[in-house]
Structure formats: C-alpha cells, structure tokens
Design a protein around this ligand. Structure first.
Ligand code: NAD
Ligand code: ZN
Ligand code: ZN
Length: 361
C-alpha cells in the first residue's frame, strides 16, 4: 500500500517551493516509514532549492526531523512501530573502508531508503540528504532512525538531526575542544550556535561568537558565548586575537561557508591551532593565499561533515543532556510553523530573523 501525503518540494532552481501530494511506499526490506512530527528549516534546504547542492530536481526538502515509526519492512530489528526517533543522514554501513578502519563517522556508503518516494504522476523525488521530512510521512533506511527519550519535545530534539548536531560535533568531535580551550565561532546561526553550545559543554574557557547581526550575537550568549564580536563593526581577526592575549584561539569554527570567513578563521587561530570548516561553500568559491602561511602557522585545517557524529552514540546522549537542562535545545527553536510556511521561513532565515523555524505537524 502506498501513502498519499502532503510534502514540500523544490521543482527547479530559484522557483519557490510547492506544497503537493506525494506518494510514499510501504517500507521494503531494511526500510522504515516514519510519521514526521517536527522538521527544522536548515540553510542546506535553501542550498538545495537554489541548485547549490546538485541538479537532481525535484527535491523533497526537509531533513532535521523527529517522528514516530509507523511501520518497518522485513528484516528491520533496530526500531519498531511506535518508537520515537530522530532522523539522521548517517546510517553507517559497517562495510566500507572508513567503517572497516574503525572510523564509522566518515562512512562513505551510508544507507537511505531504496524505494523512491514520488509525485502523483510517478516522478521520483530526491529527498534532501536522503531524508525528505517536510512531509507528513517519509520513507528512510531503518538505520536513519535513532531512538531517543520519547518524552522529549520533537521540535527541539529533531534539530539534532542536522544543524545543531553539525555545530556541536564541529566543536567537540572535529575540533576536539576540551576544558580550558579558547574557541571562536564565525557565523552564529543554528549551526554556529550549536558549536558555541558544544564548546561550552566541553569546558572551553573563552568562547567568542562572531556574526554580522547583533541579534545573533545576543542569542549566542544564551548558548555560552563569553564574548561577542560584530564583524560589521570590528575586524574579527584582530578582535579574536585581542580577546585571547594577542595569540588567537585554539580552535576556530567557520559556520558560514564563504572564502572570506574561512580566511578570517585561518588567521584568527593561535599557532598550531585548529580550523574547522562546517559551513558549506558553493562550487564556484575559491581561495587564494600564500602557501607559506599554511606552513608557518601550523596546526590543523579540517572540515566537519555532520559534526563527525555517530547518531547512535551522540543523539541519545545529547537528548539526555537536554532533559537534564544542560543543553538548551529549546532555545534553537525560534518559531513553530505550518508545512506551507517554508518559503516564508527561508525569507526570515535570509533576513536573520530566526535561528530555526520548525515545521510542526
Ligand atoms: N557541515 C555540515 O554537516 C553542515 C550541516 C548543516 C548545515 N551546514 C552549513 O552550515 C552553514 C550555516 O548553516 P545555518 O543553518 O546555521 O545558517 P544560518 O543562515 O542560520 O546562519 C548563518 C549565520 O552566519 C552569519 N553570517 C553571514 N555572513 C557572515 C560574515 N561575513 N561574518 C560573520 N557571520 C556571518 C549570519 O548572520 C547567520 O547568523 C550553512 O552553510 C549550512 O549549509 C553544514
Ligand atoms: Zn561505512
Ligand atoms: Zn541541515
């Protein structure tokens, strides 16, 4: 049996998103059908709809979601109907060269549903990040469902499914932030504030939030920023150096995804410091700089895919910290919106009015 539900698609580059009927098949082997309860609007959804990720239109958008497993296909053992889950885009395969070498957070062959969800005329949809959760129901690989405490608020914990996890993990997993470190975060949207919160959880001593929007800087303080820098008014590199005894930060997280902010992050590090790029650049962006600077400043230049997270390890742990009041996931939710409010949410994101708009079903 197939399920006809409402979903939000991007049909072509630059065209506004559309709320349409989509067809979701019953789960086959290894698949799970999930009734979506909440799904956050991430900047990556906008990248998809602008054609910045690839050209595989039409996309079924949405990928920061929590919901209830409605049905599972043959052979599924990790979840069962009724389970409350956060959806992830890293269902590790256990077989690829990364998994075999004991680094499953790099898994190069992650699982998604095999059967396509389609439009009513049969046109297959490309689900954003293999999820597609701006829909009343979605079909995923069972491994994309991570069971968490069912008493948690779906709109808040669903955000662990992408941006907030990417930010927290960029600081803790990729950047290796530890007690007493100095950290700077450039770009304080949902992802950057995740990095601020992660740095605070890890015991960083100085946490400098940098943004061009003063409203974002005020929010970053709520997540644990000890200092804020308005990059429109002050040179962020000089400001970060000044706030770290003239040296620069031990770890700088770039959460914008642009060459100029990456360069700022590069030069705002202390010698031998770590730069973590978690913002996603577009294909035409390039960088030019003296190679000697890369050598003489030393350290590590890293990228963070999904915060190098392992959903099965990290989601339940972070939900527990949330329940204990040590990680304020509610503060990421600026507004709850209906399924037809996504285009307006993109506008608000552009205008800097929100950290996260979350579709609640
Ligand atoms: N690596 C991953 O796995 C991963 C996962 C999710 C999202 N992302 C990416 O992370 C980036 C941020 O996502 P988001 O949802 O937080 O977006 P967002 O639009 O909510 O936040 C971006 C922030 O950067 C600020 N900004 C813009 N230009 C700036 C500048 N020159 N200096 C300082 N701050 C500036 C904006 O004011 C805004 O607060 C995006 O590129 C997104 O695609 C990456
Ligand atoms: Zn693998
Ligand atoms: Zn995302």
């Amino acid at each position: 049996m197939a399920h006809e539900v409402r979903g939000v698609i991007a049909r072509s580059k630059q065209a506004p998103v559309e709320l349409v009927t989509i067809v979701v098949p019953d789960p086959g082997p290894g698949e799970a059908l999930v009734q979506v309860q909440a799904c956050g609007v991430c900047h990556t959804d906008l990248h998809y709809r602008e054609g910045g990720i690839n050209d595989e239109f039409p996309f079924l958008l949405g990928h920061e979601a929590a919901g209830i497993v409605e049905a599972v296909g043959p052979g599924v053992t990790e979840v069962e109907p009724g389970d409350f889950v956060v959806l992830n885009w890293r269902a590790v395969c256990g077989q690829c060269r990364a998994c075999r070498r004991g680094k499953p957070w790099y898994c190069f062959n992650t699982h998604n549903a095999v059967q396509p969800m389609t439009l009513e005329d049969g046109t297959p949809l490309s689900p954003a990040l293999g999820i597609g959760a701006f829909a009343e129901k979605t079909l995923v690989a069972a491994g994309q469902c991570t069971k968490v405490d069912p008493s948690a608020r779906p709109a808040a914990v669903g955000l662990l499914g992408c941006g907030v996890m990417a930010g927290i993990g960029a600081a803790i997993n990729t950047g290796g932030v530890g007690r007493g470190d100095s950290v700077a975060v450039i770009g304080c949207g949902g992802v950057g504030d995740g990095a601020v919160a992660g740095a605070a959880l890890a015991g960083a001593h100085t946490i400098i939030a940098v943004d061009t929007d003063p409203r974002k800087l005020e929010l970053a303080r709520k997540f644990g920023a000890t200092h804020v820098v308005n990059a429109r008014e002050t040179d962020p590199v000089a400001a970060i150096q000044e706030l770290t005894g003239g040296n620069g930060a031990d770890v700088v997280v770039e959460a914008v995804g642009r060459p100029e902010t990456w360069k700022q992050a590069f030069y705002a590090r202390d010698l031998a410091g770590t730069l973590v790029l978690v913002g996603v650049p577009t294909p035409e962006m390039t960088i030019e700089m003296p190679l000697i600077d890369l050598f003489s400043r030393g350290g590590a230049l890293k990228s963070s895919w999904y915060g190098d997270c392992l959903p099965s390890r990290d989601f339940p742990m972070l939900v527990e910290l949330y329940k204990q009041g040590r990680l304020d996931l509610d503060a990421f939710v600026t507004e709850e919106i209906p399924l037809d409010g996504i285009e307006a949410a993109f506008e608000k994101m552009h205008g800097g009015d929100v950290l996260r708009s979350v579709v609640v079903f």
